[in-house]
Structures are given as structure tokens and as C-alpha cells.
Design a binder for this molecule. Structure first.
Ligand code: FNR
Length: 390
């Protein structure tokens, strides 16, 4: 990994991997592991990237057309690119007001942004900061039905267009680094406390003046003595509905009248069930390798899902997108677009909104250039014929 030093110029960062190196340099170990780590042996985490690398692109030469057309409809949302920013929790640990930085960068690029249930900024704060944003909200299945209802009512009130139900995290994945970094729940080990002190800029940015940020969406439901980020983490873990099933999502379908997406689909039968229940879209995802280790990579799971439901429902994909050419590969296999997870988080951790915008520019340029070099003029020309699987 390339090394970076204090004061590195974000505009000179050339790739998502370089942005990750800068984020690594700026974050204390425990925050970096939260961002970059996966479950157990991290096999799925690493396959998410290496399976993209196994796919080769075919190309036609001497078909000059630059820049190619990149606009796309993502489950009915008009997007300037076949990508959007997906839901991630606790972003405020990476940069102050990180949710707002991500939302604003998405708004400038004219792509949708999805806020997590466990974000630090509340949905009302995000809407206030980015009034034109195509705003999506991600919901976990929670035990308390009233809490679910209230979150849906708030989402509707702030003009959320699309609700994303995350189906693969009703129990939290086995993230060993998380337990290793804490001596007991909510208490960093001495080693990690010392490591935090080696990152005074992070301490100044993120911890002053009020400590770790709280969870805006959940604060109204927390007892006063638990009004902290870590209190909210405990609360959400207790609230995750371990009995969350197809009946639960059918109930949400009846309650929510906007567009509805199921995130965390890896099996064609589940994709068919989502079509049957009237979902508008699915996200083929293994949660960035943070849940079931050994699960298929998303790009590996995709062809069977496209075969089962392609044409019946919009398909998005996440997990492992680090280059514009990854977006080309996913689109050639049949997705409408991709959700970005760590790619834009590396940007926000390295430099707030400027870092996110730089990542989006890099991916856009890479996508444009790849299509041009392949002799493809529009995204919807892409098909499996553009891929070579060794
Ligand atoms: C996530 N992800 C996630 N998903 C979700 O539905 N709700 C959430 O709150 C979170 N939180 C979260 C935090 C962090 C730090 C990461 C890295 C991921 C999963 C996320 O939406 C997406 O599925 C993965 O990040 C995609 O994989 P890549 O692109 O990070 O490899």
C-alpha cells in the first residue's frame, strides 16, 4: 500500500486504493479496522475484489466515442452515473459530519445517497443539508414495531424516495477485530487508547468537543443515560429482530408506499421471492464481507440471479467495487448500477466531502475510459459478450 503523510493533497490521489492508504494513515487502528475489516477469515471480503479481477474485458478497437453516455435509472431514480452511495453506519467516527459530507457529494454528482438506520446525522439533518438530494433510507428489521413505524413516518416526512431493507444483518457478523479492540463493551484496550493518541488530528476533528458522535435517527428513542454513540450501538444490537423473515418484510411492503428494495440477496430463489412480494429492486450484496464469511462474492452470485429475475426487477450490486472497470463488469452481467460502500468511505475518512467527491470523479473517469477503450458508446450496449471468464 502506498504511504501518505500529513497534508497529502487529495486532488493528487489517483485511485480508490490510494485513497484507502490515505484513510489508513489518518485513522487510529480501531477505526480503520471498523472500516476495512470483514468477518472471521475475511475470505468473502477478499473474494469480493479478487473475483472481479478474474473477469476480463473484451474490446473492439477504432470505435472512437468519448465521453460515453453514463446516465442510468436506478430503481426509478434518475442518476448521472450507474452508481450511488450505499448505507453505512457510524460514519461520524471517520470524519465529523461524515453522513452529510457523503450526502452533499452525492447531491453534487446527481446520484442517490442512502442513509443508514445507524447513521450519526439524523435523516432530518441530512435533508436540511442537501435539499435536492435523491434521498434513500435503509431500515433494519427492528423488534419494536412502533420504532419501525416511527422511522418510516419520519422517512416519508423528509421525502425519502426509496426504502432499502437490509436482510443480511439480523444477527451481527463475527467481526473479531471489534472484540479484540475493546477490553470490554464500549471500552477500548490500553493499546488502542495509546494508538488513538498517535492520531491527534483525528482526535481534534472527531472527538472534540463532544466525544464520539451520537446516532441521530435513534436518539429520540434512547433513555437519557444512553444518549451516546456507544449507547445507541448497544440499543440497536438489542433491537435487531432475530426473527425477521419474509412475513416481516411483507408487512413493511404494505406500510411503505414509496419504492422498496431488498438488500442482501445472494440466492436466485430469494430474488424470485422479492419479485413475488412486489419489491421494486434488489441489491445483490454480502454486506462487504462483514456478515457470513465464506458467502459467495456478489459478482459470483450475480449471473444466477440475473437468470432467475432479470427483466422482472431492477438489480443493483455492491461489495468489492473499487474501479470503474468493476462497474463495467457488473453492468455487463445485468445490473442497473452499483452501490458504493468502502470506496466512498475511504474518501470521507481521508478528507470529508472533498475526499468523497474525488473518489466519485476517479470512478467516473475510470468508467468512461474503460468503455471508450472497449469501443462501447452507451452502458446499455453492455452484455456478457463483453466479458471473458477464464
Ligand atoms: C456497512 N454496510 C452497511 N449496510 C447496511 O445496510 N447498513 C449499515 O449500517 C451498514 N454499515 C456499514 C458500515 C461499514 C463501515 C461498512 C464498510 C459497510 C454494508 C454496506 O452497505 C455495503 O453492503 C458494503 O460496504 C459493500 O461492500 P464494499 O463496497 O464496502 O466492499
Amino acid at each position: 500500500m502506498r504511504r501518505f503523510y500529513k497534508g497529502a493533497d487529495i486532488s493528487r490521489v489517483q485511485s480508490v486504493a490510494e485513497m484507502a492508504a490515505l484513510a489508513r494513515y489518518r485513522l487510529p487502528d480501531f477505526a480503520w479496522e471498523y472500516l476495512a475489516g470483514g468477518a472471521e477469515n475475511e475470505q468473502t471480503l477478499s473474494c469480493n475484489e479478487s473475483d472481479f479481477a478474474k473477469i476480463r474485458l473484451t474490446s473492439h478497437t477504432l470505435v472512437a466515442n468519448y465521453p460515453p453516455e453514463l446516465t442510468r435509472s436506478l430503481v426509478g431514480s434518475a442518476s448521472a452515473l450507474p452508481m450511488m452511495i450505499g448505507p453505512t453506519g457510524f460514519n461520524g467516527m471517520l470524519w465529523p459530519q461524515a453522513d452529510i459530507a457523503l450526502a452533499k457529494a452525492a447531491n453534487v454528482k446527481k446520484i442517490p445517497f442512502c442513509l443508514s438506520t445507524v447513521s450519526n446525522a439524523s435523516m432530518e439533518q441530512v435533508r436540511e443539508a442537501a435539499q435536492e438530494l435523491d434521498f434513500w433510507f435503509q431500515l433494519y428489521g427492528l423488534k419494536n414495531a412502533q420504532l419501525n413505524d416511527d422511522l418510516l413516518a419520519r422517512a416519508k416526512a423528509v421525502g425519502v424516495s426509496t426504502l432499502v431493507i437490509t436482510s443480511d444483518a439480523f444477527v451481527v457478523g463475527n467481526r473479531e477485530w471489534d472484540r479484540r479492540n475493546f477490553a470490554r463493551p464500549r471500552q477500548l484496550t490500553w493499546h488502542n487508547k495509546a494508538n488513538v493518541m498517535l492520531h491527534p488530528n483525528w482526535v481534534r476533528r472527531v472527538m472534540f468537543p463532544y466525544g464520539l458522535p451520537t446516532m441521530g435517527n435513534l436518539n429520540p428513542y434512547l433513555p437519557t443515560y444512553e444518549q451516546s454513540a456507544l449507547g445507541a450501538m448497544k440499543f440497536i444490537q438489542e433491537q435487531l429482530d432475530t426473527l425477521f423473515n419474509w412475513e416481516s418484510v411483507a408487512r413493511i411492503r404494505d406500510q411503505w408506499h414509496g419504492k422498496l428494495i431488498l438488500k442482501g440477496v445472494l440466492h436466485p430463489d430469494d430474488a424470485k421471492q422479492a419479485v413475488k412480494l412486489g419489491f421494486d429492486g434488489i441489491v445483490v450484496s454480502n454486506h462487504g464481507g462483514r456478515q457470513l464469511d465464506g458467502a459467495l462474492s456478489s459478482i459470483e452470485a450475480l449471473p444466477a440471479i440475473v437468470k432467475a429475475v432479470g427483466g422482472d426487477i431492477d438489480i443493483l450490486l455492491d461489495s468489492g467495487i473499487r474501479r470503474g472497470s468493476d462497474v463495467v463488469k457488473a453492468a455487463a452481467l445485468g445490473v442497473q448500477g452499483v452501490m458504493l460502500g468502502r470506496a466512498t468511505l475511504f474518501g470521507v475518512a481521508a478528507g470529508g466531502q472533498i475526499g468523497v467527491s474525488r473518489v466519485l470523479d476517479i470512478l467516473q473517469e475510470e468508467l468512461s475510459r474503460s468503455l471508450n477503450l472497449m469501443g462501447v458508446q452507451r452502458l446499455d450496449e453492455l452484455s456478457p459478450a463483453h466479458l471473458y471468464l477464464s
